[in-house]
Design a protein around this ligand. Structure first.
Ligand SMILES: Cc1cc2nc3c(=O)[nH]c(=O)nc-3n(C[C@H](O)[C@H](O)[C@H](O)COP(=O)(O)O)c2cc1C
Length: 328
């Protein structure tokens, strides 16, 4: 039987298939099902500093209602403060106690002190690693790409220095030079890069002339974007690579591994088909490996990365014209 064991950012895993940060981690039962189905690890949904700030503001507003009508009202009650991240931290601790599989906490903060402070608190919950989720839309015309990248590096370095746990950075696909950014994060000691975060894309309904911002699940076609960049990076940096977006089958897991991924994350496929589908994906991967005589993942990992592929230029070809010329 094929051996699916791997080590992702220093964490030993029984399989390379990781449950991506999502609502799957909002239910202990689902986390247990993922463990039983053979998940190598599970990423817990992100702790969002913005959400904490928003909730805290709303609580302050609610508490200040009537404050001015009754002068004694404020002095009657002790000063109430928002609990910050405590609810999320308690949830992570509860999840930690419920399962044995490796757990990775995810963080999306706003301020540098938020990134380091919450990372430290998450590290105290007993998780095995931390994924930094840089999910923001660069919509401020006054902020240059260089400035945004510098902030990314500062945050990664500060968190790396703050916690002993392995740290992964989940990147957006919209940087000018993904390879350059990956190399710099690698120099700063980041243990893994997760390619890529998937942004909500608002839509416009011309009938009602209104905006729609519904969450739509990925399709397998979207896997090509992380595949290319994983293939370009494999063997060129020390950090491990994890693919996320568009992984819907065992063959998709094989694709990501052939490109050079150490771990392969999936969310939409499990939300659509149910958590036990994870074991179907693993059986398909095993079947695919056995057909080819692969005994372990290292027998084929990165085989089709740019470094090892017969036609390395494939990954740099950008226009259809090149494709057409090469076929002539
Ligand atoms: C319902 C849902 C919730 C998600 N929540 C998070 C989150 O909290 N943090 C994060 O980094 N990514 C989050 N994601 C993104 C996933 O981790 C993943 O990167 C993305 O869905 C692409 O993978 P997929 O094609 O396998 O769905 C979420 C995705 C879904 C569908």
């Amino acid at each position: 039987m094929a051996d699916l064991k791997t080590t992702y950012m220093g964490i030993p895993m029984t399989t390379p298939l990781v449950v991506a940060a999502s609502t799957i981690s909002s239910y202990i039962e689902r986390v247990k099902m993922a463990e039983q189905a053979g998940a190598g690890a599970l990423v817990i949904r992100s702790l969002f500093e913005e959400q904490i700030q928003f909730d805290s503001l709303r609580m302050d507003e609610a508490l200040s209602v009537g404050e001015h009508s009754y002068a004694e009202a404020t002095s009657y009650f002790p000063k109430l403060q928002h609990g910050g991240a405590s609810e999320h931290l308690m949830w992570v601790e509860k999840t930690r106690k419920a399962v044995k599989l490796p757990l990775i906490a995810s963080l999306n903060a706003v301020s540098l002190s938020g990134w380091t402070g919450y990372a430290r608190q998450l590290a105290g919950t007993g998780v095995d690693g931390i994924e930094l989720n840089f999910y923001s839309v660069a919509a401020d015309p006054a902020r240059s790409g260089a400035e945004i990248e510098r902030e990314l590096y500062d945050v990664a370095s500060a968190v790396r220095a703050e916690v002993k746990l392995p740290v992964a950075v989940k990147l957006s696909p919209f940087y000018t030079s993904t390879v350059n950014i990956a190399a710099e994060l690698d120099r700063r000691g980041v243990n893994a890069l997760v390619l890529f975060n998937r942004f909500l894309q608002p839509d416009i309904d011309p009938e009602s002339e209104s905006l729609h911002n519904e969450m739509s699940y990925s399709t397998p076609a979207e896997l090509r974007l992380p595949l290319r960049w994983t293939a370009l990076l494999h063997g060129r940096i020390h950090a491990d690579l994890a693919v996320t977006t568009g992984v819907h089958s065992g063959k998709d897991v094989a694709r990501a591994l052939l490109a050079g991924a150490t771990a392969v994350q999936t969310a939409a496929a499990l939300l659509k088909n149910g958590i036990p589908y994870l074991s179907t994906m693993l059986r398909e991967l095993e079947g695919w490996m056995e057909e080819r005589g692969y005994e372990r993942l290292d027998d084929f990992r990165g085989k089709l990365s740019q470094k090892h592929a017969d036609d390395p230029a494939v990954f740099e070809r950008a226009q259809y014209v090149n494709l057409l010329l090469s076929q002539r």
